[in-house]
Write a protein that binds this ligand. Structure first.
Ligand SMILES: [Zn+2]
Length: 308
């Protein structure tokens, strides 16, 4: 802690002494606490970390609040993380995923990616079951927007603008990298759209309702067993999903890397389906966002019987 503070003030002194002209844009938003003076960007969880690294490039230092392998919804923040978050030039998060992060962010130095795109309403069976919305938050929309690459491209563009505002000296570089990232995501979107054009089935039965945006973008229908990965489904919900899966001839029930597959396995057994892992990318995959989405595409093509 001590060294963190002294590095921070040394960097501040250096900046103040060497570049007086910076004072002109000095609302404080570009203050940095990095050892090498780079703005600190704190990403709430993996897809936002990936995006921040793509858009921020070598002009920022990106850290992530949710460690790999940890389910992000119920993350709790330690003092160090709250401090990092408070000192960051920009925190990138999605309101409604992690209540602890929602509570800790500084409104002036944070970017809520949900504000950049058209959101979808929260899961339909929330009220019937009396469950609270995802992550105990009272947001009325589905927060899993990163699973639509087209929406994530829009977020990339906006993130480039926000980084440019926080660090005006590198605004053009942020803008350029944001444009490049948006192009890459646009190409991924086209690839997935093409890959899912001709499929026998359009119904995704998933462990938790993380894939609403993917379903929306590629005209699939998501049936989530639960809204929240921490919630056990009620027997009523399970039999409802089983009935639906049989009626729609579902061949595969999707499980997730970080969610116990037991419920999905029981359901698959009951309706005579297989299980396969579909990654909601809530934690770092073995590759990166792009490769994990391509793996998801392959999984979907097999499960839904799509013509390549
Ligand atoms: Zn989720």
């Amino acid at each position: 802690m001590m060294s963190g503070f002294s590095r921070s003030s040394a960097a501040g002194l250096l900046a103040a002494a060497s570049v007086l002209t910076l004072a002109a844009c000095g609302s404080g938003s570009a203050e940095t606490s990095a050892t090498d003076g780079k703005p600190q960007v704190v990403a709430a969880f993996y897809p936002l970390q990936w995006l921040s690294e793509q858009v921020g490039g070598s002009d920022v230092q990106v850290s992530v609040l949710t460690s790999p392998g940890v389910e992000p919804h119920d993350v709790e923040l330690g003092i160090q993380q709250v401090t990092a978050l408070r000192d960051a030039a920009l925190t990138v998060y999605i309101k409604g995923i992690q209540p602890a992060v929602d509570d800790a962010v500084n409104a002036d130095k944070s970017f809520d990616a949900a504000t950049a795109v058209a959101t979808l309403p929260a899961g339909e069976h929330a009220e019937e079951e009396g469950e609270e919305a995802h992550g105990h938050e009272e947001v009325s929309y589905d927060p899993h927007l990163w699973l639509d690459p087209a929406r994530l491209a829009t977020v990339a563009t906006k993130l480039g603008e926000r980084l440019g505002a926080a660090d005006p000296a590198h605004a053009q570089a942020y803008k350029d990298r944001a444009a490049k990232t948006a192009t890459t995501l646009g190409a991924l979107d086209q690839e997935i759209a093409k890959g899912l054009t001709t499929c026998k089935s359009k119904t995704l039965v998933t462990a938790h309702e993380a894939f609403g945006y993917l379903a929306d973008r590629y005209k699939l229908k998501q049936v989530g067993i639960t809204l929240d990965p921490e919630t056990e489904p009620s027997p009523a919900r399970l039999s409802e999903v089983a009935k639906l899966a049989r009626a729609e001839g579902v061949s595969t029930i999707f499980t997730e890397t970080l969610v116990n597959p037991k419920v999905a396995e029981v359901l698959a057994n009951e309706v005579g389906a297989k299980t396969a892992v579909l990654d909601p990318l809530e934690s770092k995959p073995s590759g990166d966002y792009l490769s994990a989405m391509r793996d998801n595409l392959k999984t979907l093509q097999t499960a839904l019987g799509c013509m390549a």
